[in-house]
Design a protein around this ligand. Structure first.
Ligand SMILES: [Zn+2]
Length: 410
């Protein structure tokens, strides 16, 4: 087989295009393949498909293709332009690349597969492209995926904030809990941040949202109440976030008590911080007997811990009436506890009780998105090279957006 025909076949060049020249540069480890088209061909207008003869040619362009063995391989061509009576002078489409790309479709597909497995630096090294080129391939993939995506209704929705490094720098993320995808990312954690997502949906679509789980965060609540019909029955406070409030309260009680005891020369609470954060069944086996001993010490911290553990039973109820009963007796206990951090949380829970109890109906948590969170955490770690938060957003969409990223081969 002649080398031009060989290249035509392995590069997947179809008529009316053919390979006119193949050049090998051993030193530069590259192969340059020139393709030309038959004359007398009529080309479809890229807008309306009308067949037209060549008007002129655009200047030569170069696309990086898949490597040939260790050689970087480049495709060269001048793309014909047609003059459509309706659409004017337009460049025709070619089968091997998308418009405005410096890479062929096959190369982009490989790059996306590599980028899904590696960080930008690693992908750039493996693909032998620059950081900017690798970044650009990722960004193009996300834009492509977003263009294809139709705005469907997320029936079970999670809303979460994500801090970006130090200071009050946040992103708001909207999750599809059933698909475990990040549907939307906005700057900050203001009401407007979430409004932006709802504004993409029609009223009919917003009606179809069945349940939304989020943290107790007033700007989000305001947005949900404004945009989601029937929000009061759909809104669920994430039980893990709620437990975190209690765990933090226990920790505050411990810190304060530890300080008081130290003044009297007692070190009984020293080094116990993490023991009180566990729930009973997650306590490491080797710590159990010590913890049982510790709990008997008539400590305020032990009382706070017991109140926290008792609250957890709420999640197991099936009947709303029984759950309310449990809450009321728990609340009375917490309020009488003389432990200020616990009392504060108890009052907050009472204020928001209605949407704490909606958990019993919807049984949703942001736990799915906790899984996503670990992916996002990894992206953040890989993201040392990301120059701004837009980059971070693109990477989240790339890895967690559930988008159809790949360009299609013709
Ligand atoms: Zn046309």
């Amino acid at each position: 087989m002649e080398v031009k025909e060989l290249y035509r076949q392995i590069l997947g060049i179809e008529k009316p295009w053919r390979v006119s020249q193949v050049e090998l540069d051993i030193r530069a480890e590259r192969i340059d393949v020139k393709v030309v088209h038959d004359e007398e061909v009529r080309w479809p207008c890229p807008e309306c498909g009308q067949l037209l003869s060549v008007y002129d040619h655009a200047p030569e362009r170069v696309w990086r293709h898949l490597d040939t063995c260790q050689f970087k391989t480049y495709l060269h061509a001048r793309i014909p332009r047609v003059k459509c009576p309706v659409h004017g002078v337009r460049q025709v489409k070619v089968s091997w690349a998308e418009a405005h790309s410096r890479f062929t479709v096959l190369f982009e597909r490989l790059a996306i597969a590599v980028l899904r497995e590696a960080n930008i630096e690693g992908a750039a090294r493996l693909l032998r492209v620059s950081w900017d080129e690798a970044w650009n391939l990722m960004e193009r993939a996300v834009r492509r995926g977003q263009k294809r995506k139709s705005r469907r209704v997320v029936k079970k929705m999670g809303v979460d904030e994500k801090s970006l490094g130090k200071g009050h720098n946040y992103l708001t993320l909207v999750y599809d809990l059933e698909e475990a995808t990040v549907e939307y990312i906005a700057d900050d954690r203001r009401k407007e941040s979430l409004d932006g997502y709802f504004s993409l949906l029609s009223l009919a679509q917003r009606k179809e949202i069945e349940a939304i789980v989020t943290d107790i965060w007033d700007p989000y609540l305001a947005s949900i109440r404004e945009h989601v019909p029937g929000a009061e029955d759909k809104l669920v406070f994430d039980r893990y976030h709620l437990m975190r409030h209690l765990v933090e309260a226990v920790d505050r009680v411990r810190k304060q008590e530890h300080r008081e005891l130290k003044k009297e020369g007692l070190e009984v609470l020293a080094g116990t911080k993490y023991l009180w954060l566990y729930s009973q069944e997650n306590l490491p086996p080797e710590k159990r007997s010590f913890f049982t001993w510790l709990k008997k010490k008539r400590l305020k911290t032990a009382r706070a811990w017991a109140i926290k553990e008792s609250f957890r039973e709420l999640w197991d109820y099936r009947s709303l009436a029984w759950a309310i009963k449990h809450f009321e007796s728990w609340y009375a206990w917490a309020i009488r506890s003389r432990l200020n951090p616990i009392k504060q949380v108890a009052r907050m829970f009472r204020k928001y009780l209605r949407n704490i109890l909606t958990y019993l109906k919807h049984r949703i948590t942001n736990a799915v998105s906790e899984g996503l969170n670990s992916t996002i955490q990894t992206i953040k770690k890989m993201a040392c090279g990301f120059r701004n938060r837009e980059h971070f957003k693109i990477a989240i969409y790339f890895h967690c957006g559930g988008l159809d990223l790949y360009p299609v081969t013709h």
